[in-house]
Write a protein that binds this ligand. Structure first.
Ligand code: F3S
Length: 406
């Protein structure tokens, strides 16, 4: 009898009455342990997930992105689990941010003991064949395209992949993304199915004037609370790709948005001929957005949640030109993006600000040392208090530079 979570497939079908997921011959062999214990356990995770969501089958994926990479979030038990695994990923796979930059962690203020444990986590993932690109913006590494099926786990990356690129991924947990990476497949349910990608609520954004009126992180922070876990379609707005990134990240944080559409902008808004007349409509008002902005004193400033694009690094280099920081100012980006922009990075760092790669303001213990942090991100505004134990203040990118250099 194959070893499995379910004690035998027939038993499962008889016990639960749910639709049984089809497995092909090779899936069956993996589940029977013919390719080793780790692939067997990973297949068990996928089968369990598929059964819960009544998936009819597994489908191949083209890439995976695995969260649970910072020692701050997974701790010693997570590390022990990773070290117990013996397999290789079957598709290109990247990591979510870890708890420190892989180079220059000492200068960033990371303590030796944390660095030692974080290095063990990284080594465990390396042995599995995962690329040590540690970022929540893997889409800047050109690893996915429209219509591809993925198993990504970081919520803002999921929102971007689904919404801006038109790829298809559910919001995976760390273990299920890793299981999918090792097996090369994921259960076919949820946002992998086109019919489940239709909008469920219309969002209108009140027009405003001034620099905060198009702060898409703040707008997303408000919108996420209103739409919850539904799929919104925005009407009457024209954000660019970086602004869509900020909007989706914030809605994923304050709601559970894994896919959104923007009429006439995002790829599937064009593909589906939506009828929105029957949908509930909600409005994000300028008063609601403005209410997020408070002018409190802060100890540090952090931008790059999600990690900065090349254009955002260029903008920050321009804003910092001729200025000197007066408080710690950290700018987070993927290592691959920082490497592509050495001039912008150098210009930023001439001011005293630091471009930090591989990690982020939420998963690094360095940021826990501040009692108050200014951010430019609607997602960070939601996460910094709980994850860093710090008061969070939101501003525009320009306001962040002004505070960091004031
Ligand atoms: Fe990325 Fe960390 Fe923000 S993972 S989206 S920078 S909380």
């Amino acid at each position: 009898m194959p070893r499995s979570l379910w004690g035998g497939r027939t038993n499962l079908r008889e016990r639960s009455g749910c639709k049984f997921m089809y497995l092909d011959t090779s899936d069956e062999k993996v589940l029977a342990g013919e390719f080793g214990e780790t692939p067997q356990k990973m297949m068990e995770i996928l089968v369990a997930l598929g059964e819960v969501y009544e998936a009819e089958k597994l489908i191949p994926i083209t890439s995976a992105q695995v969260s649970g990479a910072s020692y701050k979030t997974i701790g010693k038990w997570g590390l022990a689990w990773l070290q117990s695994l013996d397999a290789r990923v079957a598709v290109p796979t990247v990591l979510n941010p870890i708890g420190m930059p892989q180079e220059g962690w000492r200068e960033f203020g990371i303590k030796e003991e944390f660095a030692r444990n974080q290095a063990l986590v990284v080594e465990a993932y390396r042995k599995l064949g995962i690329k040590l690109e540690c970022t929540c913006t893997p889409y800047y590494l050109n690893i996915t395209e429209y219509g591809e099926h993925l198993a990504w786990s970081e919520s803002s990356a999921v929102a971007y992949a689904n919404s801006v690129l038109g790829a298809r991924t559910n919001r995976e947990g760390g273990p299920s993304a890793l299981a999918a990476a090792i097996i090369g497949k994921t259960p076919y349910y949820g946002l992998h199915i086109v019919a489940n990608r239709r909008p469920q609520v219309v969002v209108e954004v009140e027009e405003g004037t001034g620099p905060r009126a198009d702060h898409w992180g703040a707008i997303g922070h408000v919108a996420g609370k209103k739409v919850g876990n539904r799929i919104p379609i925005f009407e009457g707005i024209r954000p660019n790709r970086d602004q869509l990134k900020a909007l989706g990240a914030a809605m994923a944080a304050t709601g559970a948005v894994a896919l959104f559409h923007v009429d006439k902008i995002t790829p599937e808004a064009r593909v589906f001929s939506f009828k929105t007349d029957d949908l509930e409509r909600v409005t994000v008002t300028q008063d609601e957005v403005e209410a997020l902005f408070a002018e409190t004193e802060v100890e540090a400033v952090a931008v790059g949640c999600p990690h900065c694009s090349s254009a955002e690094l260029e903008e920050l280099a321009g804003l910092l030109k001729g200025k000197t920081t007066t408080k710690p100012f950290y700018i987070f980006a993927a290592a691959g993006v920082a490497k592509k922009n050495p001039d912008h990075v150098a210009a930023i760092e001439r001011s005293g600000a630091r471009v930090i790669t591989d990690t982020c303001m939420v998963v690094s213990p360095r940021m826990d040392e501040f009692d108050s942090i200014m951010v430019d991100s609607g997602k960070a505004l939601a996460y910094v208090p709980g994850m860093c134990g710090a008061l969070a203040r939101i501003g525009t990118r320009k306001e962040c530079v002004e505070v960091a250099t004031g």
